[in-house]
Design a protein around this ligand. Structure first.
Ligand code: TYD
Ligand code: MG
Length: 450
């Protein structure tokens, strides 16, 4: 069989180069060259052409998501897996992708659905050992230790599964392409082929993709355009908490967060994330503030911590963990100019505890108050949560889902909430203290510099 020849093509201007170079010689852009097949095979017309149909006539029965049985995964997927869709789960090695998918396979197999688990990395013995450990042994779960794409597709004909899992896409090769496994061409073309199989067979497919910290590995980046859904599985290796988010999702919203804990029994959904995040919290410490935030539809109580100390450096350090760096700078400027809290000669560290990322504006007030509290050396009173967006004028702005935030705080025993002036009401067990500016919030909590 003739080997396919590849070239490097600039993804900006489309110019070709015979080998990879860092900068496109034609348009001068950096890092835009991607390996491509030189002459893509002509696209054969197969079957009759599709007919245009009235929008009201489109059959959507197959587009309904089928629950996976893993609550946190369904939350992120907006209900479950859609037939014919391809989902990519990306994450660093060791984060728990194979564990999650083994659990998924086990649930479907236990329900009598055939599952084909292609392990292109581990032997069937290794996968069986994991499945055994997770209590996932079932006659409906088929394992295939195979990297060759044609063999994987042959196995689809053979097993006729209701779910295909490929772990991982980076190790799958199509021998016809002639390039080495893991190259951009291999990963992308194999994924294309699997997408086609998924659509033709109306089969949900889940692919695993490894990414390194900087996302450099060939694969997930180029794959994002090929698949329907991209999920990111994150967490710190030394921490048991795992976060699952949708980065791209053709069948639903991308703002829901799934939370798992890695245990001896595999991944377990976190039923009460607020309780988990607040478990190690010590009250009465300056610089610690509990924020009532929302991720998608779920309210979460998260502790924000700040530390302010005189800097030995000419340019003081600003460190943000789980908090947007730009947002931190903005809040420091507002504190400086609108409230008169001066930290421009101090190192400022701010972090969201527990590995969460606070990206929504409702966390502003918490970050600003944590810095004010740390700077003054005064702790917030017990039982107080806060939320609200801080504007450039130092005003507090309303945020979405106030009643949910208040209810979650009340449920965890908080008695007072510092909220924007126009915030909606919550349950009776929590007193909303309404303030219209950041300065007023700092006053109410007696965090003003003396
Ligand atoms: P794994 O799913 O193999 O990660 P990935 O496929 O993303 O590379 O899991 C990695 C880690 O999870 C491994 O260090 C062992 C641990 N683990 C548990 O703590 N409990 C379990 O039940 C399982 C199966 C794995
Ligand atoms: Mg794995």
């Amino acid at each position: 069989m003739a080997k396919v020849r590849t070239v490097f093509r600039c993804s900006g201007c489309g110019a070709d180069a015979p080998k990879w170079i860092g900068r496109c010689a034609t348009c001068g852009e950096w890092n835009t060259l991607v390996e491509e097949i030189e002459t893509p095979e002509a696209i054969a017309i197969t079957g009759p052409s599709a007919l245009a149909v009235a929008v009201t006539e489109v059959d959507i029965t197959n587009a309904a998501p089928q629950p996976t049985g893993i609550g946190e995964l369904d939350r992120v997927l907006g209900g479950g897996l859609v037939a014919g869709s391809v989902t990519l789960i990306g994450g660093e090695p060791g984060i728990g992708k194979s564990t999650l998918l083994t659990e998924l396979a086990a649930l479907w197999a236990a329900a009598g659905e055939r599952v084909l688990y292609v392990s292109a990395e581990e032997s069937t013995q290794q996968v069986r050992a994991r499945a055994e450990r997770l209590g996932a042994l079932s006659e409906s779960l088929y394992l295939l230790a195979e990297t060759m794409l044609p063999h994987i597709i042959a196995a689809l004909d053979d097993v006729k599964p209701a779910l295909l899992i490929v772990d991982s896409i980076q190790t799958v090769v199509d021998p016809d392409l002639g390039t080495a496994p893991g190259t951009v061409v291999q990963v992308r073309e194999c994924a294309y082929r699997l997408v086609r199989e998924a659509k033709e067979r109306e089969l949900p497919v889940v692919l695993v993709g490894h990414v390194t910290k900087d996302g450099t590995l060939a694969g997930p980046r180029v794959l994002e355009h090929v698949v329907d859904t991209v999920l990111a599985f994150e967490g710190e290796r030394h921490h048991s908490l795992r976060l699952l988010r949708a980065v791209k999702h053709r069948y639903g919203p991308t703002n829901e967060l799934g939370l798992f804990e890695m245990t001896e029994q595999g991944l377990v959904g976190v039923a009460d994330p607020s309780g988990l995040f607040l478990a190690d919290r010590r009250g009465g410490v300056a610089g610690s503030v509990v924020v009532s935030t929302v991720e998608g539809h779920r309210p979460l109580l998260v502790e924000v911590q700040a530390l302010v100390s005189l800097s030995p450096l000419a340019v003081p350090r600003r460190s943000a963990q789980g908090i947007d760096h730009g947002r931190l700078s903005l809040l420091l400027a507002v504190l400086e100019r609108r409230v008169g809290i001066h930290v421009n000669r101090d190192d400022v560290y701010a972090s969201a505890v527990g590995g969460v990322r606070l990206v929504e504006p409702g966390a502003d007030l918490g970050v600003a108050l944590a810095i004010a509290s740390a700077s003054a050396g005064v702790a917030l009173p017990e039982g107080v949560v806060v939320f609200g967006e801080v504007g450039l004028a130092g005003e507090l702005r309303q945020v979405a889902q106030t009643p949910r935030r208040l209810s979650e705080a009340a449920r965890h025993g908080f008695t007072h909430a510092i909220v924007p002036a126009l915030a909606a009401a919550g349950p009776a067990s929590i007193t909303a203290v309404r303030v219209s500016t950041l300065a007023e919030a700092i006053d109410v909590l007696r965090l003003s510099p003396t």
